[in-house]
Design a protein around this ligand. Structure first.
Ligand SMILES: Cc1ncc(COP(=O)(O)O)c(CNc2co[nH]c2=O)c1O
Length: 399
């Protein structure tokens, strides 16, 4: 048996999505910008895909949704164009984000610091979420943008986006949320929550890699990141990737239809897995599961190096991660665990398990069995665990 539990990194493309894409490779393949029938033949499918995304997000017709190549592009677009539109002219000079954002936000912010922008990286609490009042306390009249991820790719913890949005609206500050780990996984209603910009990525909800989108509230101005054509109303140049846009529409429709039912099913499997792993001594899971995306577990196993655990699980054909694949090459401590206050040793023991709607009960059973065997094997050769020994009573808990 092989079990894929790294769905926060990327997901399998739903076979129904693959089917929806097929006609647009060799049958309806014209350039949508061409005026002839080969080009206009793709327009109905493009309109349908756009409608599917609007419906899934409950976006208003006054809002814009622009397809991009990925969420990394969407995140960079917001940050760099807010800089262009509101900071270069001297109107503002400050951006607020958090210490635990995805690298595509953090690296873009660091690039803007090199341009002289003042960036505040807010801390998170011991649950790994940022507190609205902390956001409010750092907003000044020079703040151009607040950027806070909707849900964490590493912990699944969900930030108080509605409350932060209300603060930003009251203060007249633009608000961006990297919605990659929320869209398609938990309800996202953009008429319920005030956010100016939301990034999303199809390969997180069973669409293909290489297509994402940016939601822009009230179609407000945002300078293009890419120039050179009147695509997407001049918002984002580049020939439309028709099969992938169609795929994103189908994928978001499948992911958000009966989403509560889908969430309940995934959550039940995740909770069963989490409860079983917490039976191991000296383990803890980051964040209260009631405020977490239904598919994610970030578990720390005292005395077991995360990388070693990954390889052991890999030998059992179980795919997991120690955190964002974007940072998986380095053997650094898990930054989120450091941010919530774990010490350096503990922060090297994090393992992220992220399920999907395709995860089966049999796969959960197999994972529980293999995970416990791996922990026993690795702890038996672990110098640190042997030295410290198990905590009497083996305190294990979610926190
Ligand atoms: C919160 C978040 N933002 C942005 C991205 C980048 O999206 P893309 O550019 O469309 O790929 C990711 C991918 N996150 C991960 C990729 O690998 N492991 C992860 O956790 C993400 O989780």
């Amino acid at each position: 048996m092989q079990v894929y539990l790294d769905n926060n990194a990327t997901t399998m493309v739903d076979p129904l999505v693959v089917e929806a894409m097929q006609p647009f490779f060799s049958e309806i393949y014209g350039n949508p910008n061409s005026l002839h029938k080969f080009g206009t033949a793709s327009h109905p499918a493009l309109r349908k895909a756009m409608d599917q995304v609007y419906k899934a997000l409950n976006a208003s017709d006054n809002d814009d949704i622009v397809f991009t190549s990925c969420a990394t592009e969407s995140n960079n677009w917001v940050l760099k164009s807010v800089f262009t539109d509101h900071i270069v002219n001297g109107e503002k000079n400050h951006i607020i984000t958090t210490e635990v954002e995805h690298p595509s936000v953090l690296a873009a912010c660091r690039a803007l610091e090199n341009e002289g922008v003042k960036v505040t990286y807010l801390p998170v609490n011991n649950q790994g979420v940022v507190e609205p009042q902390v956001v409010k306390s750092f907003i000044t009249d020079k703040t151009a943008l607040v950027s806070v991820m909707w849900a964490s790719n590493e912990t699944g913890m969900i930030n108080p986006i509605k409350e932060i949005g209300e603060i930003c609206k009251e203060k007249g500050v633009l608000f961006h949320s990297d919605g990659v780990q929320a869209v398609g996984k938990i309800p996202v209603d953009l008429q319920e929550v005030h956010v100016d910009f939301v990034s999303m990525s199809a390969h997180k909800f069973h669409g293909p890699k290489g297509v994402g989108a940016l939601y822009i509230k009230n179609s407000q101005p945002l300078s293009p990141l890419l120039h050179g054509g009147e695509h997407m109303g001049g918002r984002r140049s580049g020939t439309l990737n028709v099969p992938y846009i169609v795929a994103m529409g189908k994928a978001i429709e499948l992911a958000t239809t009966n989403i509560e039912e889908k969430m309940a099913s995934i959550r039940a499997k995740r909770d069963r897995l989490e409860d079983a792993l917490l039976e191991l001594s000296d383990t803890f899971v980051v964040g209260d599961r009631d405020n977490r995306t239904p598919n994610t577990i970030l578990i720390s196993i005292k005395g077991v190096e995360g990388e070693g655990m990954l390889w052991d699980l890999n030998n059992s054909l179980i795919g997991a991660s120690t955190g964002s694949a974007c940072a998986s090459e380095d053997l650094e401590a898990n930054t989120v665990m450091l941010a919530i206050g774990a010490d350096n040793e503990l922060a090297h023991t994090g393992i992220r398990l992220s399920l999907s709607r395709f995860t089966t009960d049999e796969e959960i059973d197999y994972t529980i069995d293999q995970f416990k065997k791996a922990v026993f094997r690795l702890r038996s050769i672990s110098s640190s665990f042997a030295k410290v020994g198990p905590t009497p009573g083996g305190e294990s808990k979610a926190c």
